[in-house]
Design a protein around this ligand. Structure first.
Ligand SMILES: [Zn+2]
Length: 122
């Protein structure tokens, strides 16, 4: 049976367009369910702006875990995350849980603290 390839929004196709359009990217571990911030600028500097995160599998940064981890992306902090895998699978259950970047943020900082602009790291 032929596998249906997904059609990706233009903003998700390269790290360059992700940076230009302020796409929020995280990495999630399918084993321990930890989500990490992603430094898109560092990836673009290392791999070039045309690098594509779809189907890139990396290892979890938790040293005791090292489980399979995948990139997830959303157009904004309150948009649903999409797992960047070119197959109809949901190993992080982000679809099932309807996760948004906002849901992965730490609790609100105390009033008066500088807000961390994690959506648009420079
Ligand atoms: Zn893990």
């Amino acid at each position: 049976m032929a596998r249906q390839r997904r059609i990706w929004p233009i903003s998700f196709r390269t790290v360059g367009t992700m940076l230009e359009r302020g796409v929020i990217v995280r990495v999630g571990c399918a084993r321990c369910d930890t989500f990490f911030d992603v430094d898109l600028a560092a990836i673009a500097a290392k791999r070039g702006p045309n690098f594509n995160l779809v189907d890139q599998e990396i290892k979890c940064k938790v040293s005791r875990c090292r489980g399979p981890s995948y990139f997830v992306a959303a157009e904004s902090r309150d948009a649903r995350l999409i797992t960047l895998i070119d197959a109809d699978v949901d190993p992080l259950s982000v679809n099932k849980r309807g996760l948004r970047p906002l849901d992965l943020e730490p609790p609100e900082p105390p009033i008066g603290a500088a807000p961390a602009d994690r959506a648009n790291p420079v």
